[in-house]
Design a protein around this ligand. Structure first.
Ligand code: UDP
Length: 242
């Protein structure tokens, strides 16, 4: 296990805060390093547990951060707490603001075609000094033209929001084409464009964002079933360590 990490069901989470982590990413970008960041929640951990290939993919990342409150709870149950949530969406908006201030460039892959159109507009309005190297929706058949475009435009940041496991598989396969911070962001483009609303502040403060989303989009409700399984697996892991 890497130093400064907490292991939950075989996945090593970086012990960090949003501030420290984004500060480190700024440095990585300025030094043209190649970084692969995974933002993981309990669903991803359980998926990795069942799919060894995917576990290997995320283990090849330079950092895995705690995207969900379930990860914070899991770390606590195991007696190895993590300082706070470091969500993909918070990293995303922080990097956009920093990229705007520092004239950096970014490539965007993911979400439905109409969301990518809206995304271009939001980026122009909110982050005009960020250089947009490319915007591609996430429903493509052929990856090669996108990969070639990333290579040609050599962005500082590559945001991949096609959902797991697609986004991490894509990053692990193609990150070598250019030195950048490559990060998987789930539904972040939907949130930034207002296509999907983030939970009201109170729900966020109560750490019930996941419940809010399930109530708003009942098709997601089934996905919550993984949570009790995850908690049981974590409790089982704790007992084995005793
Ligand atoms: N998506 C995509 N390509 C696909 C499947 C999904 O770009 O082939 C997008 C989808 O439109 C949505 C995001 O990926 O914007 C997944 O969002 P979700 O909130 O489900 O993320 P997860 O919880 O899987 O990280």
């Amino acid at each position: 296990m890497k130093a400064n990490t907490v292991s939950i069901l075989g996945v090593s989470f970086t012990k960090t805060t949003l501030h420290n982590f984004t500060t480190k990413l700024h440095k990585d970008i300025n030094e043209h390093r190649n970084e692969f960041v995974v933002t993981a929640n309990p669903e991803i951990v359980m998926y990795a547990k069942k799919h060894p290939q995917y576990l290997e993919t995320i283990r090849s990342a330079d950092a895995i951060v705690a995207d969900g409150i379930g990860i914070i709870i899991g770390a606590k149950i195991l007696g190895t707490p993590l300082p706070q949530r470091v969500t993909g969406y918070d990293i995303f908006t922080e990097l956009l603001a920093w990229g705007h201030q520092n004239h950096k460039s970014a490539y965007f892959i993911g979400a439905k075609p109409e969301v990518s159109q809206k995304l271009k507009q939001v980026l122009r309005e909110k982050y005009p000094n960020l250089r947009v190297a490319g915007v591609q929706d996430g429903y493509f058949d052929d990856e090669q033209p996108i990969v070639a475009d990333i290579q040609n435009t050599s962005p500082d940041m590559v945001f991949v929001a096609t959902g797991y496991p697609k986004q991490e598989t894509f990053i692990a396969k193609y990150r070598h084409v250019t030195n950048a911070v490559w990060i998987g962001l789930g539904g972040s483009f939907d949130v930034l464009t207002g296509t999907v609303k983030r939970a009201p502040k109170l729900w966020q403060q109560l750490h019930l964002e996941w419940l809010y989303r399930a109530v708003k989009e009942p098709s997601r409700f089934g996905r919550l079933m993984v949570l009790p399984q995850y908690l049981l697996a974590v409790i089982h892991e704790r007992q084995q360590h005793k």
